[in-house]
Design a protein around this ligand. Structure first.
Ligand SMILES: *Cc1c(COP(=O)(O)O)cnc(C)c1O
Length: 384
C-alpha cells in the first residue's frame, strides 16, 4: 500500500522501512500513526460492494498495515498476520494432506515440537527430525512424500545455525522451505533473500519487542501460495485483533536500533561469561568458539540477543536463574528487558522425554537493551 506521499519501499534501508512501510498517513484525517480500526464489520453501499473490507476476520486496515510491513522487512511480496506464532505455523501446516511428510530441524521451539508431534501427527502428517548441519542426512531424509523443510536458525535454545542458502539449494522442486526467523528478526537475517519460500515470526519476541503482545507473522513471495494461505487464514480464523497489530507496528519502528543494542550487549556478555570459571560453555553465534561462527558471519548481519550457557549441574543452573535481579526469571524473549530461564523445566518441558530434549544444565538468556555494565554486574553476582 503506497501513495504519492509515501513512495515505494524500493531503495530504502531496513531501518527506514521499519518506520514507514505499509503505514501511509490516514487518508481521511492525516493521522501519522496507523489508526486502531477497532471494528468487527464494515458498512457496504450495496450487497458485496465495499471499500476493500467486509469483516475483520477476513481483513482489517490495521492488520493490512502490519502485513505490508513484514513483507517489506523480509524483502517479500506478501505478509500475513496471526494471533500468535503458533497460529502462523499451524496455518502453514494446513497446506498439507494426510500422508504428507515434513522434515524438521532437530532443535526447535518446544511448542513447535508439541504442535507437530502431539496435534498435527493425529491428522496424518508425518515428521522426521534431522540435524540440518548435516546436509547429507538432510538430503537422505527427503522422500517423495516430503512437502516442507521447516527450520529455525539460530535455534531455540541451543543456538545452532542452519545454512539457509545451502538447504534451499538441495531441496527438490515442490518441497517448500519454511524458516522460523524469530531469533534473528529481519534486521539480522532475511531468509527469503537466501532462497526460503516462507518466513515465519513469533512477533511476540523481537518484532513486538516490548513484551506486551502475542502475535505471529508470515512473509513470502509466491502469488499462488499466498492465496492458499490467505484462504486458510480466513477459514481457520486465528487472526490478531487491531490493537495487537497496532502494538506490533509501534514496536517494529525501533527494530533496527534495538537489534543493534541487543547484539552488542549480548556479545559483551557472552565474552564475560566465556571467561567465568563457573560457566562450562557459552553458546553464542558471535563467539569464535561457536562451531558455526563462519556461517554466522556469512548469513547474519549481527548475532542477536540470545545466549545459552552450560553450567556444572542442574542445581547450579536452577540456582543461577533464581538469583539474578535485573534478568527476570520468565519464559519468552526478545523484549527490551533482560530475561533468564531454565529451558529444561520451562520453555522446553514439552520435549523432556523426546529425542530433542535439552540439557538440564542449560540456562538461556534473553539479553535486553539495559546498560551492559548493569547486566554484567547482575550475572557476576548471581554466579558468585
Ligand atoms: C515463541 C516462539 C514461537 C511461538 O510463538 P508464540 O507467539 O509464542 O505463539 C515459535 N518459534 C520460536 C523460535 C519462538 O521463540
Amino acid at each position: 500500500m503506497t501513495s504519492a506521499n509515501n513512495p515505494p519501499d524500493d531503495g530504502y534501508h531496513l531501518d527506514t522501512r521499519a518506520i514507514h512501510a505499509g503505514q501511509d498517513p490516514d487518508p481521511s484525517t492525516g493521522a501519522i500513526m496507523t489508526p486502531i480500526y477497532q471494528t468487527s464489520t464494515f458498512v457496504q453501499s450495496a450487497p458485496a460492494e465495499h471499500q476493500g473490507y467486509d469483516y475483520s476476520r477476513s481483513g482489517n486496515p490495521t492488520r493490512t498495515a502490519l502485513e505490508a510491513l513484514i513483507a517489506s522487512l523480509e524483502g517479500g511480496r506478501h505478509g500475513l498476520a496471526f494471533a500468535s506464532g503458533m497460529a502462523a505455523i499451524d496455518t502453514v501446516l494446513r497446506l498439507f494432506d494426510p500422508g504428507d511428510h515434513i522434515v524438521v530441524g532437530s532443535d526447535v521451539y518446544g511448542g513447535t515440537y508439541r504442535l507437530f508431534e502431539r496435534v498435527l501427527a493425529r491428522y496424518g502428517l508425518r515428521f522426521s527430525w534431522v540435524d540440518l548441519s548435516d546436509l547429507a542426512a538432510t538430503r537422505a531424509a527427503i522422500t517423495p512424500e516430503t512437502k516442507l523443510l521447516w527450520l529455525e536458525t539460530p535455534t531455540n535454545p541451543l543456538m545452532g545455525l542452519a545454512d539457509i542458502a545451502a538447504l534451499a539449494a538441495l531441496l527438490p522442486e515442490g518441497v517448500l522451505l519454511g524458516v522460523d526467523n524469530t531469533f534473528a528478526s529481519p534486521a539480522l537475517q532475511q531468509p527469503l533473500l537466501l532462497g526460503a519460500d516462507i518466513v515465519m515470526h513469533s512477533s511476540t519476541k523481537y518484532l513486538g519487542g516490548h513484551s506486551d503482545v502475542v502475535g505471529g507473522l508470515l512473509a513470502l513471495n509466491d502469488d499462488e501460495l499466498v492465496e492458499r494461505l490467505r484462504f486458510l487464514q480466513n477459514a481457520v480464523g486465528a487472526v490478531p485483533g487491531p490493537m495487537d497489530c497496532f502494538l506490533t507496528l509501534r514496536g517494529i519502528k525501533t527494530l533496527g536500533i534495538r537489534m543493534a543494542r541487543h547484539s552488542s550487549n549480548a556479545l559483551a556478555i557472552a565474552q564475560f561469561l566465556e571467561d567465568h570459571t563457573a560457566v562450562q560453555r557459552v553458546i553464542y553465534p558471535g563467539l569464535q568458539s561457536h562451531p558455526q561462527y563462519e556461517l554466522a558471519v556469512r548469513q547474519m548481519r549481527g548475532f542477536g540477543g540470545m545466549i545459552s550457557i552450560i553450567l556444572a549441574s542442574e542445581p547450579a543452573a536452577r540456582q543461577m536463574v533464581s538469583r539474578t535481579k535485573l534478568f527476570a526469571l520468565a519464559e519468552s524473549l526478545g523484549g527490551v528487558e533482560s530475561l533468564i530461564e531454565h529451558p529444561h523445566s520451562m520453555t522446553h518441558a514439552s520435549t523432556a522425554t523426546s529425542p530433542i530434549a535439552v540439557p538440564a544444565e542449560l540456562v538461556r538468556l534473553s539479553v535486553g537493551i539495559e546498560h551492559v555494565n548493569d547486566l554484567i554486574a547482575d550475572l557476576r553476582a548471581a554466579l558468585a
